[in-house]
Design a protein around this ligand. Sequence first.
Ligand code: C2O
Ligand code: CU
Length: 501
Amino acid sequence: MNASLNRRQFFAAGTLTLAALGLAACTPRQNSAFLAPTADAVDAAEARRLTTGVTIDRALTAEPVTLDFGGQTAKTWGYRGASATEPIRGNVGDLLRVTFTNDLPDPTTVHWHGLALRNDMDGVPGLTQPAIAAGDTFTYEFALPHAGTYWFHPHVGTQLDRGLYAPLIIDDPQERADYDREWIIVLDDWLDGITATPDQVFAELSRGMGGMGGMDHGGMPMRMGNTLMGATSDLLGGDAGDVYYPLYLINGRPGIDPETFTAKPGERIRLRIINAGGDTAFRFGVTEHQLTLTHTDGYPVEPHEAESIVIGMGERYDAIVTAGDGVFAVIAEALGKGDQALAILSTGVGTLPAAGTSLPQTRTPTIAADLQATGTVALPFKRADRTLSLELSGSMEQYDWAINGTRMDMEEPLRDALAIAEGERVALTITNSTTMWHPMHLHGHTYQHPDGGPRKDTSIILPGQALRLEFDADNPGQWLTHCHNLYHGEAGMMASIAYQP
Ligand code: C2O
Ligand code: CU
């Protein structure tokens, strides 16, 4: 054997070892204190779900794309195979099979936001599956568990603040469709490929704002780099958001090139509104129209008349509007940020809304706390078997967003996991000890707000306030709860809630 061959063999062996180590590091590390995502209990829960015998096959690819925003182009990452106008859609009980290809240069996953689906399909890398490497494919396959307006996005780094999101709509054939048309409306704040990448924004925020965060700029937010200083909204209890976005979009389109939805006067239109933003709460409404809110986060609420609705990142609202005669502005005001997203509702002749048309505010905007779950989805009364407390902490100054004093490390997602057990009624008390609002999201369950409030999976918690939520622990596995401000979550405002065997 000659020396060079030996060296080659040595290097080959070294490479193999490193690759094997790399794989081990990416594979969810299991911890016997908790049920694994592949546990029999997860299969048993899936077997209890309704099945229609129908399989919906879809192909989905994440890939680099160039988007056109009314003449301004942006290089970004997006999904091929689904969009606001081409959602993934099926009936409750259908088996959804998505053949997913990762054509991005980075690893990714797909998380099905709001679904109480089988745990091993939840798309959280390091917890429910290994991240899908660049060039790899993965098949997501699960029963569609309940009707409503959902969406999906990656659960890796800041990828959600690119173009990687689309709606997932689940229909219930039993539901009486009391409307003539439907319009899916996806709201987004956009910067990728225009002012910065989301990774650059996160790096900038992570350096901390050193006391500038609370600065008052006389009501006008001010841009510094990719940070927006002094964006405030009373509806959000002060600081509204911290990221400067050059564009606000409805269905991927900016206000200068808005989507136009046409209908006939008098038709009832079901709007399915999804906030896919990274750092922006929207106040949504349609000029000269009332919204009749019918659902939030997929679940029905007692019909509620509203002039406008406040929607945090990750939240969804369904509303019925009865179309007037003319041309109307569909507006999502970026709260505190002095800008808005726009689309057009047209039922006849009329002039386009003038630039700068804003959403009236003659009535107090509606928030989740104004709504009541319908009797069909309200949780039956039961004393809580277990109470979990989450305290939100951190500040813009340090950018050290955390839950119960720890910042999530996705290398070790179960380290400080909160334990629950199947069959329990769990009370989840979230206390916001920060000076900023947070849209908190729970995976795999739809909890109920107090006092007969709505069933939801994402809820705005204002600074200094606490929210007591209840859910039934009926979906075994390992789940995340986190702030859906993408940058807060990435900084560590996440925790895991895992089932004991
Ligand atoms: Cu919209 Cu953890 O997700
Ligand atoms: Cu937050």
